[in-house]
Structures are given as C-alpha cells and as structure tokens.
Design a protein around this ligand. Structure first.
Ligand code: SF4
Length: 224
C-alpha cells in the first residue's frame, strides 16, 4: 500500500484563496517542496523567499489512514445546522497543499479524496503534471519560477503572486481560465507599507486585465 508523507491535517477552517475562498474545508498538507528545501537559512535565496509554510517532516500514511484522520476532524455535530452524530466530509471541501503536493499525490489518493469531499483544491506550483483526477478535484496553480523546472500543469485557475510572480500573468491570461492576483504577504501579515504597495499593484493589474483580486482571508480573520 502506497504511503504519503503527511505534514499535517487540520480544520475545519475556510479556504482563504482562489475560486473556493470563503468556503468551509479541511486541509491536508503533504511534506516536501521542489522550490525550497524548507531550511530557514536557505529561504531568502530560494524560488519563494516569501514562503510562510513549514512542510518538513511529517508521518507516512496510506490513503485509507488519511481518509480516517480527515473524517475524525469533522465536528461531532457535523458542519451544518440541525445535524447530529459524526458529520460527513461530503459537505466540506479539502485543500490539498504542501510544500508541493504533486510531488506525492497520485491517482489513488486523488480518487479517494474526490470521493470523500465536495470539492478538492490542489494548490500546486505547477511544475509537476497532475495524475488522472475526478471531476471535483481542481488544480489551483500559483506558478513559481524555479530554475530548470517549467510550469507544465493544466490549471483550472491561476493564482499569480504580485509582484514576485508577475511574469506569469501573460501566460495565465492567455489560458482563458480565471486569473486571481494575490499580493505577496510579508512576514508580519497583511499589513504595512510593503503589503500596501503589493496590493496597489494588484488592483492596478485587476483594473487593466479584468483579473480577480485574491486576499488571503484566513490571515485577515486570524484562522489557520
Ligand atoms: S512552492 Fe509553495 S510551499 Fe513550496 S516553497 Fe514555494 S510557496 Fe512554499
């Protein structure tokens, strides 16, 4: 049985970004990334010097164990009003993230997760192709320029970080898929002069190209 290195599972919370922003969900974070080795002393010189994620370590779990751990996160009363007993993951979405989740996710895992959840967002940097997936499993691509690695994934929507990954905007627009522009968030959170500059650049580009603004709403309301 194939095992996946799982960094963390948590929720319920809200998807903070992209097409399902504001919707209730659980998170599955797989370990490892090809854009940064995760060591703090290497972050500034990595492809993502703004990365705010700890994706090192974790534990090996198979798809069935992952499903069980996720189901156990659903509140006893279920996520909706008037429910009793253990809730179902079927009313929730799932954010499959990392690190870079497509370093590990295969067709078996995506089929298992797609069957259990209302929707699944794979948050990828785009440098790995996606295996065959159910129709309710989506690819949210935040493309990253990583030396020697092309963006190859077929995105369902793009989330372009401004200003750091602005060079991908033309390609994202040409795809005809929804394009979200998201201001890069400095370490101190969505505030301060630098963040304001990034936000203003996003707004200018949204007005010019008809893109959608993506704010990381979980950071604004202080949830994980
Ligand atoms: S691809 Fe994502 S997880 Fe990996 S280093 Fe960049 S921002 Fe962090």
């Amino acid at each position: 049985m194939r095992r996946y290195q799982v960094k963390s599972l948590f929720g319920p919370t809200l998807q903070g970004e992209g097409l399902h922003a504001g919707m209730p969900c659980l998170f599955l974070r797989l370990a490892g990334c090809n854009a940064w080795d995760g060591r703090p002393e290497k972050r500034a010189t990595s492809a993502c010097p703004y990365c705010d994620t700890d994706f090192l370590g974790g534990e090996p779990l198979d798809a069935a164990a992952i499903s069980e751990r996720l189901a156990a996160l659903v509140p006893e009363s279920g996520p909706g009003p008037g429910r009793s007993g253990r809730g179902s993951t079927g009313t929730l979405g799932l954010v499959l993230t990392g690190g870079e989740p497509l370093l590990q996710a295969d067709g078996e895992l995506l089929a298992t997760l797609g069957a259990a959840f209302r929707w699944v967002d794979i948050e990828t940097n785009g440098t790995r192709p996606c295996p065959v997936r159910p129709a309710n499993v989506f690819i949210s691509c935040s493309p990253k320029r990583i030396a020697g690695q092309e963006v190859v994934v077929e995105a369902d929507w793009w989330k372009v970080l401004i200003p750091d990954q602005e060079s991908f905007l033309e390609r994202a627009l040409a795809s005809g898929k929804p394009v979200f522009l998201q201001p890069t968030c400095p370490d101190q959170g969505p505030s301060g002069e630098l963040y304001q500059r990034h936000l203003e650049r996003c707004l200018a580009l949204c007005y010019r190209h008809g893109c959608r603004l993506s704010l990381q709403i979980h950071k604004y309301i202080g949830i994980p």
